[in-house]
Design a protein around this ligand. Structure first.
Ligand code: ADP
Length: 712
């Protein structure tokens, strides 16, 4: 980072607009990062109210002020609506409050309204100071010392409706809350064979409704961007729900975004949905309006990491931008922290809302971006009660799905999507039980559409998985099974051993012609240690599980002056350790996170004993080995959504190979945040020869952030 000589020496941070999970980690990161760079930092309490009123509402912070807030929901520094800040007089008072304290850098965390207000404030800054000098309220020298206000914005909003970032701070946490509610409703709905109608937040943006539907296997969704195509939408919805019941589905779930509308722009409410279910199906459906529950609760692991990274990036921006630079919004694209001109992002965001209001829905959907549209398409297919009829004359290719490696949350989700999307193509789907051992032994059976209902949300692996890697003789047996079952393509959804096994088959395709089929590997492991991808499915669930355990351990550590050494999984890869350190704030309380294979001498027990001895009477120390808990648990919303998306792309890949007569094999993965396929042939050259990890590990670039946050 190249810091400018005229960079601010004192900055302030505030949260404004609706609260969102992750605002606290963002504030913490701004404070820690500013202190790391040797500048003063202030928190403005109660948003713009505090900025206008000043006094005790603008406080200088040190590191301890933001200790222990990482895991708290909402915003501890408060947020409020301020009418005074909408007036020039109010903004003049705000400017004076800042200059009086020597502050000329501001980080605002809020929605498009808050960011618009902040931008206006910055534009008026020099005029406001001139007016203050004129009125004798500010010494000329002070005004000259702070000629411009540096401003950086971060989006805190649960709706995920802002341009300039793939994810807003708080959206993932809101999805967690929604999923908890939908999972709970699911069990009661199935018990009584009921239909539940759930309203989720999102006036102009269907993100939460769409993604929670995808992640919960909802049977119908209504979002503002995609109103039903016809006026008799209620009859269509009811016929699909009825067909689901007829084919054995025990529950129906309809998700409605707050801003759902018909094709004329009239709102569609949960009551409308309930009435049509009563009319068409004679069903007594129950309504649940999730409301403010969606905003609350402890931030998810992703939101903690995201806001930590963004808070740090915001401070770095303030220190490197010139006095006249266009104010920026910091966000995440792919997995890169990026910045873009603040007001461009605000303008584009408001444009989508306007298009929705003006019924330009194609335009709105286009502006929402590719993954939103993909997810919508996948959802539409998955919601059907049965596959679409196959066109005459099409080959019914036979695909198989198999796991390999340790269990990873999301395996069932992958299987569900793979089965349905394969059947919908008119192909046959075979499921292999017990991994490659099962494939060797011919433990393969055909699966149907309804065999996988309920799979979307369950942890573990219904098909079974293990770390068996076939030797040459076993590969020959597998070739026989593949030939006998007439398997044309294979999806391997699994971890380290699964990749090794898939590659072993691929390597022997010249020896056994039955193995000359397209194979695609889908990365699933909590360890995030696979080649050709920056991220594996399952690791987000594991991180959330670790982080919630560490939250409890931290409380115990504070209460009892105890120091903890926590051992997390990861084999030879430190991803879970670094990320859980960042997301749980292993700081000052005597919390050490250690990756299981970090060092053969400095074991968890050794470090604990060292602390015990050296701590004397100051503290005592304990170890907590989190163990296999990390591999279990129902998949997080992110893992369910990505498992479904990746599974869809893998089936598409296999179908493309088969339809075009090619037989390439590949590993799917995220590269710079985008989905890419890498040739399976390159597998050996991408992994370390003596350790269980890939040669390239991009997440290692996050270590400096951990250092700044006092974690490393
Ligand atoms: P959000 O930031 O979530 O969109 P609001 O639109 O309610 O939330 O804005 C929060 C606060 O930001 C308002 O109470 C007001 O103080 C300030 N604000 C919003 N828009 C403007 C504006 N155009 N000019 C000045 N201040 C504004």
């Amino acid at each position: 980072m190249e810091r400018r000589p005229d960079a601010p020496t004192s900055i302030a941070v505030l949260t404004s607009g609706g609260d969102a999970g992750g605002m606290n980690p963002a504030v913490r990161a701004v404070v820690r990062s500013a202190l790391h760079h040797g500048i003063d930092v202030h928190a403005v309490l109660e948003g713009y109210v505090g900025l206008v009123e000043g006094g005790d509402l603008i406080r200088r912070y040190d590191s301890t002020h933001v200790g222990g807030i990482l895991q708290r929901g909402g915003t501890v520094i408060g947020t409020a609506r301020s009418t005074a800040f909408r007036t020039r007089e109010g903004r003049r008072r705000a400017a004076r409050n800042l200059v009086d304290r020597g502050i000329d850098g501001l980080v605002v965390i809020g929605g498009d309204g808050s960011l618009t207000g902040a931008n206006l404030f910055r534009e008026e800054w020099s005029e406001l100071l001139a007016e203050l000098v004129e009125a004798g309220e500010l010494p000329r020298a002070s005004a000259e010392a702070h000629r411009s206000l540096r401003l950086v914005g971060m989006v805190g909003s649960i709706d995920n409706d802002m341009f300039g970032t793939d994810m807003t701070i708080g959206a993932d946490t809101a999805l967690h809350r929604i999923m908890e509610a939908l999972d709970a409703l699911d069990s009661t709905a199935s018990s009584h064979q009921r239909t539940f109608i759930v309203e989720v937040m999102g006036r102009h943006c269907g993100y939460l409704a769409l993604m929670s539907s995808l992640a919960s296997g909802a049977n119908w969704v209504l979002i503002p961007e995609r109103p039903p195509a016809t006026d008799d939408w209620d009859q269509l919805m009811c016929s699909v729900l009825r067909a689901g019941r007829d084919s054995g589905r025990r529950r129906n779930l309809v998700v409605v975004a707050e801003g759902a509308q018909d094709r004329h722009g009239n709102p569609i409410t949960v009551e409308d949905v309930r009435d049509s279910l009563a009319r068409e199906l004679g069903e007594d459906a129950r309504i649940t309006i999730l409301g403010h529950v969606q905003r609350g609760g402890s931030p998810s692991a992703f939101d903690r990491y995201l806001s930590t990274a963004l808070g740090n990036a915001a401070v770095e921006r303030l220190l490197t931008d010139g006095p006249d630079a266009v104010p920026q919004l910091v966000g995440i694209r792919g997995n890169q922290i990026v910045s873009s001109p603040l007001m461009d992002c605000v303008a584009k965001t408001q444009d989508v809302a306007k298009r929705i209001e003006a019924q330009d829905l194609e335009g709105a959907m286009l502006l929402r971006g590719g993954s939103f549209r993909d997810s919508y398409q996948i959802l539409v297919t998955m919601q059907q009660a049965a596959p679409r009829p196959t066109a005459a004359g099409r080959t019914r290719f036979r695909l198989a799905v198999v796991h390999g490696g340790g269990p990873a949350p999301g395996m069932n989700t992958v299987v569900r999507a793979a089965v349905r999307l394969t059947l919908d193509r008119g192909y046959t789907m075979l499921a292999v039980r017990n991994g490659f051992r099962g494939l060797r032994d011919g433990d393969v059976r055909e699966v149907g559409w309804m065999d996988v209902s309920g799979y979307v949300s369950s942890g573990g692996a219904e098909l079974g998985t293990n770390r068996y890697v076939p030797d040459r003789a076993a590969v020959a047996q597998i070739a026989e099974v593949i030939g006998a079952q007439r398997i044309n393509g294979l999806l391997m959804a699994g971890g380290w051993a699964g990749y090794a096994a898939a590659h072993a088959l691929h390597e022997q395709r010249h020896v056994h012609p039955a193995l000359d089929i397209p194979i695609v590997c889908l990365p699933m492991t909590i360890n995030n240690d696979l080649p050709a991808t920056e991220l594996t499915i399952g690791s987000d669930t594991a991180l959330n599980s670790i982080v919630s355990d560490i939250d409890k351990i931290k409380q115990s550590a504070v209460a009892s002056r105890r120091c903890f050494v926590v051992e997390v999984m990861g084999h030879d890869c430190g991803y879970l350790a670094l990320m859980s350190g960042l997301a749980s704030g292993a700081e000052r309380l005597g919390l050490v996170i250690r990756s299981e294979n970090a060092d053969s001498v400095y074991s968890t027990g050794f470090i604990r004993a060292l602390f015990e001895k050296e701590g004397g009477e100051l503290w005592d120390s304990r170890e907590a080995i989190l163990g296999h808990i990390q591999e279990g648990g129902d998949p997080s919303p992110f893992d369910r959504i990505q498992a479904t998306r990746l599974s869809a792309r893998c089936i598409e890949f296999l179908a493309e190979q088969l339809e075009s007569g090619t037989r390439a094999s590949a590993m799917i993965g995220f590269q710079s945040g985008r989905l890419q396929f890498t040739d399976l042939t390159s597998y050996p050259s991408l992994i370390e020869p003596d350790a269980q990890r890939p040669l390239e590990q991009r997440w290692m670039a996050r270590r400096p952030l951990a250092r700044i946050m006092d974690v490393w």
